[in-house]
Design a protein around this ligand. Structure first.
Ligand SMILES: Nc1nc2c(c(=O)[nH]1)N[C@H]1C(S)=C(S)[C@@H](COP(=O)(O)OP(=O)(O)OC[C@H]3O[C@@H](n4cnc5c(=O)[nH]c(N)nc54)[C@H](O)[C@@H]3O)O[C@H]1N2
Ligand SMILES: Nc1nc2c(c(=O)[nH]1)N[C@H]1C(S)=C(S)[C@@H](COP(=O)(O)OP(=O)(O)OC[C@H]3O[C@@H](n4cnc5c(=O)[nH]c(N)nc54)[C@H](O)[C@@H]3O)O[C@H]1N2
Ligand code: SF4
Ligand SMILES: [Mo]
Length: 724
């Protein structure tokens, strides 16, 4: 007989699971409604939907919908979690994994857990809001922390940061410190702007796309169609990734029989598999090959850049033997790919977390810019840089100011427009906030969306940090493990919010192409959930009764948008977007002329050294198609053919360690051990181990890139041994 892997405490978890089965019935009708309404897709930041309709992109292409967007809706359209499910001890709820918690249903009413209590109880909205305001009122602002994920609207984000700053702190953050922050920093230092320089249509104009450190087949599915388009036009798609991702070699929709039978379309024309964390050496190699073959664009370099001689010297000083040793790639392979790039008329370079989740993430991004500038592949149609951003509105949340440091101009305009004075002290970034919490220096935290607990490296550290925050206020659609871990001795209040398509008023979102969409909202599924703006304004009214800002008026999204339009440069068209229904590209971001926003107006070549070489096995943590960050929709990864607890390794590395396919293993790092894993052969560069996030966060560490403050989620030294 199979023994349950986890002890069942008092039958509690069983009862919950029984309720769960009844809670997951989802009407087809409901799905159709959710997908055809005029709302921006909730999943990734490629951007889809909005006023052109739920299945259309900004180029008017239809249908532009993918399985991700349906998945993202699937848990929103669940019925409410029954009260009897909530009425369990935290220890019982902790028997549920992330998938089970997400599929309990929607949180349908506010719940509160007192400091000494071991369970949540339902509370009335007014009681909840009074309590939250009272807790922040007795907290010193510098001992508080505000976090937003990238799913919330521009409107909610703006009110959140304004509330925090008027309350007295710049400890305002979003998930990007754990995501693309290195991109913002690295692009600002080289080209003077922090976001994509291309628009969606440029992907139809280019004849070359390099995808480095990203897996769009599962994470930005519609981007794959653009890659296929390049191949169809006779262009080249080059992938640089330690893992041979099946969906980047050939892409077949796993749920489409027709597509599976045909075997799918070829995506990559060339594929390099460097060692984890060796991207800076790969990029130096590519630049070296370009320079060795005299393929640099001398005209562009002379007219539009500065610092080239220093880069030339750096590249000359980096020899091929070192590049080969670091990357595990042959010089000839790097030269072949550089040749494809050098011959391209219009090239786009796209990247993701494989580039940013490293202690030298910013350096990586700077060398992507160097590679681009050397060939003059920027500043005209069809060519440029494309960070593949994560959450559907993570870019917007940053644009409107949910970050610890505001540009001086934005700060000044916010003060002048609203007639307020804002604090000047430097705010804590996400990791500094977590470290302060761990030291017991945070008394109250407001967490709007996301799952900051599971997003964190080193789960044991994250749990301890959470446990020491005296009062936590969460705004969420569903329950996640962050709501039940790290609260035993502290107080927590969870308020249920409307999903994007349920908002009472239209909201706006910004895609990774700097395109701002308008989402209509208006669908009513649950009676007692409220929009984030409504909650934040009610909290602000109670907490800041004498504020010069009229938070009652800010409940009107139009009022918020008018304020943003006056404060944030480039967003002027936001003011009447609800009436004009005109979605737009943020002014001044897309670079179709080589005019850079640096002090000199030139693109800057930046020189950085290779990081210390690492000889150990390095673990990278990745996503599967069946998850969205910590939200697990499916326990298997249909693209890689893996289970979520599978740990992937190169066959020769496994043999060297005496491991065979399917062996039960323990993976250990200096931060913790991952039990219950099985090792599986995967086509990976030597010396690499790959496992799924968030499960593998027991192994990752809290060290960050000093420039982006982003953890190295993708290069943790580990040992793998057979589980005796
Ligand atoms: N289905 C799905 N879609 C998503 C998400 C999701 O969880 N699920 N999350 C969203 C979010 S927030 C984000 S940020 C994006 C993330 O999108 P991606 O950046 O694509 O995400 P990851 O899966 O973390 O990593 C991508 C790839 O990096 C490779 N990689 C790992 N280490 C290295 C390295 O050292 N160098 C190089 N060159 N490559 C490396 C991995 O093999 C993997 O193929 O996706 C968004 N979209
Ligand atoms: N090891 C490892 N760790 C990582 C990463 C990695 O690659 N490896 N990736 C990092 C990255 S790129 C990111 S972006 C972070 C992700 O960090 P977060 O953005 O903080 O986390 P998510 O898992 O996306 O948050 C999911 C939760 O958001 C809430 N939610 C969902 N929809 C809504 C909504 O409409 N409104 C509100 N208010 N709440 C909603 C639900 O509670 C859900 O459980 O994780 C980081 N952590
Ligand atoms: S590619 Fe991204 S934005 Fe487009 S439909 Fe899929 S999840 Fe949504
Ligand atoms: Mo992300």
């Amino acid at each position: 007989m199979n023994k349950p892997s986890k002890p069942v405490v008092g039958g509690g978890a069983k009862k919950v699971l029984y309720a769960l089965k009844t809670a997951t019935r989802i009407g087809l009708d409901n799905t159709a409604k959710a997908l055809t309404a005029k709302n921006a897709c909730k999943a990734c930041a490629l951007g889809m939907g909005g006023q052109k309709g739920g299945m259309t992109n900004e180029a008017g292409e239809f249908p532009s919908v993918c399985n991700k967007s349906i998945q993202a809706q699937s848990t929103d359209i669940q019925p409410g979690i029954p009260p009897e499910v909530i009425d369990h001890r935290l220890s019982e709820l902790r028997e549920l994994d992330g998938h089970e918690l997400e599929h309990l249903g929607r949180l349908a009413f506010p719940i509160h857990k007192a400091a000494g209590s071991d369970r949540y109880v339902p509370v009335d909205w007014d009681v909840a809001l009074d309590l939250a305001a009272q807790r922040f009122a007795v907290t010193k602002p510098e001992r508080s922390f505000f976090y937003s994920s990238g799913r919330s609207s521009n409107e909610a984000g703006f009110v959140l940061q304004l509330l925090a700053r008027l309350y007295g702190t710049n400890n305002v953050n979003n998930c990007s410190y754990y995501c693309h922050q290195a991109t913002g920093v690295g692009l600002n230092s080289t080209i003077g702007t922090g976001t994509a320089t291309v628009e969606m249509e440029d992907l139809d104009r280019c004849d070359f796309i390099l995808v480095i450190g990203a897996n769009p087949s599962s994470n930005h599915p519609r981007f794959i169609h653009k890659l296929k388009g390049v191949r169809d036009r006779g262009g080249e798609v080059v992938i640089i990734n330690p893992a041979k991702e099946p969906g980047l070699v050939r892409f077949a929709l796993p749920k489409s029989v027709k597509s599976m039978v045909s075997g799918g379309d070829f995506i990559a024309s060339d594929y390099l598999q460097p060692r984890i964390g060796s991207d800076l050496a790969v990029l130096k190699g590519l630049i070296k090959a370009v320079l060795d073959s005299r393929a640099e664009d001398t005209r562009f370099i002379a007219d539009h850049t500065e610092g080239f001689e220093a880069l030339r010297a750096d590249i000359a000083a980096t020899n091929w033997a070192e590049i080969e040793a670091r990357t595990g790639l042959a010089q000839a392979d790097i030269e072949r790919v550089a040749g494809l790039y050098a011959r391209a008329k219009s090239a786009v370079i796209a990247w993701g977390m494989g580039i940013t989740h490293h202690l030298n993430g910013v350096d990586n991004v700077e060398y992507i810019a160097n590679l681009c500038l050397v060939r003059g592949q920027i500043g005209r149609q069809g060519a440029g840089l494309l960070p593949l951003r994560g959450h559907s509105n993570v870019q917007g949340i940053g644009t409107i100011g949910v970050k610890p440091v505001l540009a001086a101009e934005v700060m000044a305009r916010m003060e002048a427009t609203l007639g307020v004075t804002l604090p000047r002290e430097k705010g804590l970034d996400t990791m500094r906030g977590m470290e302060a919490a761990h030291r017991g220096e945070i008394d109250a935290a407001l967490i709007m969306g996301g799952n900051l607990y599971e997003a964190n490296p080193n789960s044991a550290f994250a749990e301890a940090a959470f446990a020491r925050i005296g009062f936590k206020l969460f705004l969420t659609t569903t329950l996640n493990r962050g709501h039940i871990h790290g609260h035993d001795d502290s107080e927590a209040l969870i308020l249920p919010v409307t999903a994007r398509d349920e908002e009472w008023q239209p909201t706006t979102q910004e895609s990774m192409f700097n395109f701002v969409r308008l989402s209509d909202g208006g669908i009513c599924r649950l009676k007692s959930v409220r929009p984030e703006t409504e909650i934040l304004c009610e909290l602000a009214r109670r907490l800041l009764p004498n504020s010069p800002v009229d938070f009652e008026a800010f409940k009107q999204h139009r009022t918020i948008r008018e304020a943003i339009a006056r404060i944030v440069p480039g967003l002027e068209d936001l003011a009447d977007i609800d009436i004009a229904k005109r979605e737009f590209h943020i002014r001044g971001r897309i670079l179709h002329a080589p005019e850079f926003k640096t002090a000199s107006g030139r693109g800057r070549f930046i020189v950085r050294n290779l990081p210390p070489a690492k000889e150990e096995l390095l673990l990278t943590t990745v996503r599967s198609e069946g998850q969205f960050n910590s939200i697990i929709y499916e326990r298997t990864d249909s693209y890689r053919g893996m289970d979520r607890m599978d740990v992937m390794m190169n066959a020769e590395d496994m043999a060297g360690l005496g491991l065979s396919e399917g062996d039960a293993v323990v993976v250990e790092s200096e931060h913790g051990a991952m039990e219950g894993a099985r090792v599986r052969v995967f086509d990976l560069a030597r010396g690499s181990v790959m496992a799924y996030y968030p499960e593998a966060n027991v192994l990752t560490g809290t060290a960050v890139d000093p420039r982006s403050r982003t953890p190295s989620f993708k290069a943790t030294p580990v040992q793998v041994r057979k589980n005796a």
